[in-house]
Ligand binder design. Structure first.
Ligand code: ADP
Ligand code: GLC
Length: 480
């Protein structure tokens, strides 16, 4: 039996701010249980729902040397869907109404978390062969494994993998502060290790010291070796390219299943979507106060509202788009400028645009099920899960050809009768509008063709099967 421990800052069903939580919550279930014992460790945030906290049982606690003082570390556990979870409890660091907030405090929080997570392992009594780390929040774990923790017998041959879900976030602060908080010696704070452009960089530490690095699509694995997508670490990623590979994400086919989804009124499948899917559209139009018309081309967006997701393009052509025969439904929260611009368009085009500036799992499922098309014109996209959810619900993605969007959405080819969506290449608002209008034309003028696209979209397989196998191969190879 090979022991694998996922360490991450969020995971479904306990806490979620984005796709990372979906991955951490769904991938561990997909490994072959005969050969792999995969467990998950994350913080216990006070903002987790009470019913989730009620599932947790106290295991043990201790005081850990941290930043020149003794800091409490509580350990809790829970079992969900056959997966063993552990939680690190500390009410100072994991307070607040969201997992992340102030950058400086987040940095300290996750340095504490990385050290606490490793320190807790001997007490938990689970010795991983591999610790699988996710994003900058866990970047110091590979460093600690090669440093102070190496001295202990327990840790000596633990290997580490770092999966980069988003290179944009790196956990960067001045060297002096990170040195003091982490307790790592001067040796680590040079430009070939944790230092990057004079600051200390947690993600960089992970990239330098992990035994293997992955990211969440093939295209993103290539893109980040180039300056445009490399977020100033492209040189380092080029130098580690032999240890870096892309493994595309999947989604949980039980949670995202139009034939069983508890959040949607009219269930449907590949056979009956032509009749049933549109009933969800009518229901959503009514719920959101849009014109009820089953023929109207309805475009959905479910997203964090940040620059990454291409909303500058959407804002730029929104007036033009709203003069087409379309309805637009947005669900998201994030940067104020985008929240406000969508509120404005909702006010201006009340019967055609519905901006829902909040977080709602239920509404997200209803949007995936009800819309005709799903718009995701990202500036960059490591993988993207929303387009996979849209495909599964037969909601045709319109995407920019970058990262995982490029790898998962096959552009419609009207001559060959292939493709699962529509795409455009350049980060240009009118190129995007061109792709949307092409989709509109197929939808309005060639409905049978449109339905065949929906057919192919729903039949595409983005469950975890293939990708979980790739991770297993990598674990086997690393453990030897
Ligand atoms: P990212 O991780 O960059 O945010 P992904 O496409 O990988 O992008 O994952 C986003 C996940 O978050 C999807 O499961 C999507 O449905 C969900 N999501 C984003 N915003 C909201 C929201 N406001 N309400 C509900 N779910 C949301
Ligand atoms: C990040 C990326 C997104 C990816 C998700 C899960 O949040 O922005 O593209 O799908 O992680 O890997």
């Amino acid at each position: 039996m090979k022991n694998i421990l996922f360490i991450a800052s969020e995971g479904v069903p306990f806490i979620k701010t984005g796709g990372l939580a979906d991955v951490v919550g769904s991938l561990p279930e997909c490994f072959d249980k005969k050969y792999f014992d995969v467990r998950v460790l994350m913080p216990k945030y006070m903002c987790m729902h009470q019913d989730k906290k009620d599932k947790m049982k106290y295991v043990d606690s201790f005081y850990m040397d941290f930043a020149g003082r003794k800091e409490y570390v509580g350990i809790l556990e829970a079992k969900v869907n056959g997966i063993q979870y552990y939680f690190i409890d500390n009410e100072h660091y994991f307070a607040g109404d969201a997992p992340y907030g102030d950058l400086r405090f987040d940095l300290e929080k996750f340095i504490y978390f990385d050290k606490a997570a490793l320190s807790a392992l001997p007490i938990i009594g689970f010795k991983p062969d591999i610790i699988h780390c996710h994003d900058w929040q866990t970047g110091l774990i590979p460093v600690y494994l090669k440093d102070s923790f190496r001295a202990g017998e327990f840790f000596r041959d633990i290997k580490s993998i770092l999966t980069i879900h988003n290179l944009k976030f790196q956990g960067t602060w001045d060297v002096k502060t990170v040195k003091a908080l982490s307790g790592l010696p001067d040796y680590y704070f040079t430009p070939d290790k944790l230092e990057a452009y004079k600051d200390a960089n947690m993600l960089k530490g992970g990239i330098v010291f992990a035994d293997a690095i992955t990211t969440v699509s093939d295209t993103y694995a290539e893109e980040i070796k180039m300056p445009f997508y490399g977020e100033k670490l492209d040189g380092l990623l080029r130098s580690r390219e032999h240890d870096l590979r892309g493994i595309v994400n999947g989604i949980d086919y039980k949670d995202y299943d139009p034939s069983k989804d508890k959040f949607i009124e009219y269930k449907y499948n590949l056979k009956n979507f032509r009749k049933e899917k549109v009933k969800n559209k009518l229901a959503l139009q009514e719920q959101l106060g849009l014109i009820q018309d089953e023929k109207k081309f309805m475009i959905g967006m479910v997203s964090r509202l940040t620059g990454q997701k291409g909303f500058d393009l959407v804002n730029y052509v929104m007036d033009e788009l709203c003069n087409d025969n379309v309805e637009i439904v947005i669900l998201g929260t994030g940067e104020e400028q985008y929240e406000n611009s969508f509120r404005y368009f909702d006010w201006k085009y009340g019967d055609r645009v519905s901006a829902n500036i909040y977080y709602s799992e239920e509404l997200s499922h209803r949007i995936y099920a009800s819309c005709d098309a799903f718009l995701m014109p990202s500036l960059f996209e490591p993988c993207g899960l929303s387009q996979l959810m849209a495909l599964r619900y037969g909601t045709v993605p319109i995407v920019r050809e970058t990262g995982g969007l490029k790898d998962t959405v096959e552009p419609y080819n009207e001559y060959e009768g292939t493709g699962t969506g529509f795409s455009f290449l350049n980060y240009n608002a009118h190129e995007m509008l061109g792709a949307i209008r092409y989709a509109e034309r197929i939808y309005y003028d060639r409905r049978r063709e449109w339905n065949k696209i929906v057919d192919r979209a729903m039949a595409a397989d983005f469950s975890w099967k293939v990708s979980a196998n790739k991770y297993q191969e990598m674990y086997d190879w690393l453990i030897g």
